[in-house]
Ligand binder design. Structure first.
Ligand code: SAH
Ligand code: SF4
Ligand code: F3S
Length: 470
């Protein structure tokens, strides 16, 4: 048997790319590839790229510059290094990538990862292979399910794609062009993935999609199921301790999702619900198809059924034509909602999107200043939110050994890291922790329950009784 070939894969951008990277690893395993962290020893390097903002996109080219040196070094040692560009830049730029960076051997768009083995063979035979079509078939039917080896390497929290693509066409966004139209996976396939993950020690599942609550996959009854129903189905599976989903759109929040938050203890009361702006004028120009008032009403629906629910969001500052009054409306919305955290970005014009044609650009200095003000407000809300945990007892899902010897780190329902001194046996369990202090973004505390009642370490007995803080 020939020696295994080494694969190094680097992902940028969203959770979808993280999940896809794993699928690529699993697709290439039967071809004899094993993963390596070390680029210089790789036979195949895949850059799994993001096109969302110019900065993300340009990162790829500086990385390709570095890879050219690594490829030359490998060649000097008589080794061939193949370089592939995957992800949304591959989809958006296709052949242009090879023109700018001739070091690239394979360009593969997100809909074609199941063709990777063939593309590598084509590149070997013909010198290069490029595939960025949206194939008619659903790639999920061809990609292998998560494999034990790659699941175990990644710990107790995992992503599962349930939906891909977007039909919303916000005027600033490349996603509908790079990921294509919305497609949902059938419930049975998703449940099968979740079962495999749980059987291999995973305890927390985050369902992902560019527009995850637009999910409408086929259920076992042949009908189309909304996300809330899918969550209810998965929550009933033994070993699933925590469920999350991301990223949702305010316009697709339906009764099934609100009911799931009311009824499912496993569904974490923490929702990432991007709003982008607090100005109705800007929201209309962004083609968001909701107002700030609509967004507030959606938030209220969640809050009515789960008083302890918290929210995070995404914001864009400096969208073309954004005035100081528009920006003030964003600050007002943030002040009214009160977030546990949020991401904020300066508007970046993206080729091919309608907003890129606007000429009314906000000057860079104004964008910088607005971003700083927004981030200050968000940071102070995040600090208040984290500080409010001190002195309380919270449920923590323990994930891994921390850097400090003897310390174990886990996360609260709100994804706050929590450090305790305890035995590694608690990894994979949800246990109550008394929070004593906050150090930067991390909570420090001690176990509130006797450690003797914890369930076994994740990855062994997946049917073990689970001790929650309830
Ligand atoms: N599907 C998700 C998020 C997609 S991209 C949603 O609908 O919200 C993640 C975030 O990147 C967006 O929420 C937006 O805040 C930001 N973003 C997208 N395009 C951008 C652009 N052209 N410039 C700046 N930020 C952008
Ligand atoms: Fe982009 Fe809008 Fe679709 Fe989100 S909903 S992926 S921001 S087009
Ligand atoms: Fe980036 Fe594509 Fe995700 S553009 S954010 S990697 S869908």
């Amino acid at each position: 048997m020939s020696a295994p070939r080494k694969l190094h894969i680097k992902s940028y951008g969203c959770q979808m790319n993280v999940y896809d990277a794993q699928r690529m690893v699993d697709t290439l395993a039967p071809e004899g590839f094993v993963e390596t962290d070390n680029v210089s020893e790789a036979d195949l390097v895949i850059l799994n790229t993001c096109h969302i903002r110019e900065k993300a996109s340009e990162k790829v080219y500086s990385e390709l510059g570095r890879l050219r040196t690594a490829k030359d070094d490998a060649a000097r040692n008589g080794r061939q290094m193949t370089i592939a560009v995957a992800g949304c830049v591959a989809q958006a730029e296709g052949r242009e990538i090879v023109r700018r960076a001739p070091v690239v051997d394979v360009v593969v768009g997100p809909q074609s990862y199941h063709h990777l083995p063939q593309l590598l063979r084509d590149a070997k035979n013909n010198g290069r292979a490029i595939e960025t079509e949206f194939p008619a078939e659903d790639k999920f039917n061809f990609l292998p399910p998560p494999q034990p080896q790659s699941i175990k390497a990644r710990g107790i929290s995992a992503f599962v794609t349930v939906q891909e693509g977007c039909d919303k066409f916000c005027t600033f966004c490349v996603v509908p062009y790079t990921r294509g139209a919305e497609v949902s996976r059938p419930v049975a396939r998703i449940a099968d993935d979740v079962q495999r993950l749980v059987d291999n020690g995973v305890r927390e599942i985050t369902l992902i999609g560019q527009n995850v609550n637009a999910f409408h996959g086929e259920g076992p009854d042949g009908k189309s199921w909304p996300l809330g129903r899918l969550l209810t189905h998965l929550a009933a599976m033994s070993g699933v301790l925590r469920l999350r989903y991301s990223t949702s759109h305010p316009n697709d929040v339906d009764d099934s999702l609100i009911e799931a938050h009311r009824d499912l203890p496993a569904l974490m009361p923490f929702v990432h619900l991007p709003v982008q702006s607090g100005s109705d004028r800007i929201l209309a120009a962004m083609n968001r198809k909701h107002t700030a008032g609509d967004y507030n009403r959606v938030i209220d629906c969640f809050r009515k059924v789960r008083q302890d629910i918290a929210f995070s969001s995404d914001f864009i500052v400096g969208f073309p034509g954004e005035t100081e009054a528009d920006f003030t409306a964003t600050l007002a919305l943030v002040a009214q909602i009160g977030y546990a955290g949020a991401y904020s970005f300066k508007y970046s014009p993206r080729p091919g999107t309608p907003a890129a044609d606007h000429t009314e650009m906000v000057p860079t200095a104004a964008m910088d200043e607005r971003l700083a003000r927004l981030q200050n407000l968000i940071d102070s809300q995040q600090l208040d939110f984290n500080t409010s945990a001190i002195g309380t007892t919270v449920d923590v899902l323990f994930e891994r050994d921390a850097r400090h010897p003897g310390q174990i780190v886990g996360r609260t329902a709100y994804l706050q890291p929590v450090h305790v001194f305890a035995s590694p046996d608690i990894i994979g369990s949800v246990l109550p922790v008394h929070v004593e202090s906050l150090e930067r973004y991390s909570l420090l505390g001690s176990l509130a329950a006797p450690a003797s009642i914890v369930s076994p370490r994740a990855g062994f007995d997946t049917r073990a009784p689970v001790v929650t803080g309830a």
